[in-house]
Design a protein around this ligand. Sequence first.
Ligand code: COA
Length: 415
Amino acid sequence: MSKALNGYRILDFTHVQSGPTCTQLLAWFGADVIKVERAGEGDATRGQLRDIPEADSLYFTMLNHNKRSITVNTKHPKGKQVLEALIKQCDVLVENFAPGALDRMGFTWERIHELNPRMVVASVKGFGPGKYEACKVYENVAQCAGGAASTTGFDDGPPLVTGAQIGDSGTGLHLALGIMAALLQRQTSGKGQKVLAPMQDAVLNLCRVKLRDQQRLERTGELQEYPQYPDIEFGEAVPRAGNASGGGQPGSILKCKGWQKDPNAYIYFITQAAVWPAICKVIDEEGWITDPHFSTPKARLPHLKMIFARIEEWTKTKTKFEAMDILNAYDIPCGPILSMKEIAEDEALRASGTVVEVDHPVRGKYLTVGNPIKMSDSPTVVTRSPLLGEHTDEVLSQLGYSAADIQALRAEQVI
Ligand code: COA
């Protein structure tokens, strides 16, 4: 079956996580993604956090499926020629080097645009223009600078980073969307353009509700759905809200049967207004349906801690899956706290192709996360990540290099 991006060629000059997340998605949508790596060592993540000696790490393999790999020393004059040939033949160049690295190599936007005016040049950087624009940035720096860390965690603890890689993978997703829009615009303009996704900005975009709350706090002096209310005074900035729901429907993480031994025996429980009578029935507090202290969402706000404590008395008598079954029958929004072990074994995620087993010639079988975006006419088949330089000869001959040329480049350690 054809794929959405068949016919598009991506010059994948990315490394680590943010850029590779983006280009892996483009590959899953059917683009021909050619990953350009440093001769000899390749993407640093190939060797990071290794669990099997000599095998590409899971860090690398899980971010570079469905790509081809070519090694080129792009600082060598002959390597630059290879890169120029690729620029002329590709639709998009994606990179996430430290600020200025591409320019230092001689590939400024102007030079790339001159070589191929239709090329889209897409970059991830830590920060946009401003005092930090020259900084190198990794995931947690972006989480801190984008507002996630100051708003995550509990009121009496330090700022907290989240395990979700919103700085790296989150920015990669933003970049992929920008690339798609630029390719669509090219259909009418005939020209490529620069696409920039700064990690700070992408994290802030994902923390949009916290900037909403900052302004609500400044206007009203309190955030009534936050756990601080009504006991603790609010300061100038949005405080950490623990596990309170980010929306207008109060929620919390509650203990379930077995919580004493199982760190994930918990459920997320949302007291959605529409199902309040059902919640009261389930926990055997039917008086709360009409009691003026509990009958409306506004009346409940000062009592949320007490309400969740009472609901927890009930959830503690059920496993998280038993509670799910009972609550779902009443359309009460809730979700089990799933461990990675449970997710890896989840039958539905396996059946949908979101958790996939892949075979690799060096490491053997491993699990990965497949394409979370499902398209009816562009199905994703996940294939293993390339070995370092596995497609160098193939790609160079497609660019017009003869076998003798390739041998000479290899002898000079350009590839
Ligand atoms: N041939 C020759 N040189 C190559 C090459 C190739 N194929 N590929 C890369 N290089 C060079 C670059 O030109 C650069 O050289 P220079 O510093 O002399 O100009 C060098 O390799 C290293 O690049 P750099 O990006 O500085 O790597 P780093 O390991 O020091 O930094 C990051 C890593 C992630 C901190 C940095 O790339 C960065 O801040 N990127 C932007 C933000 C980002 O994406 N962060 C998240 C990563 S998940």
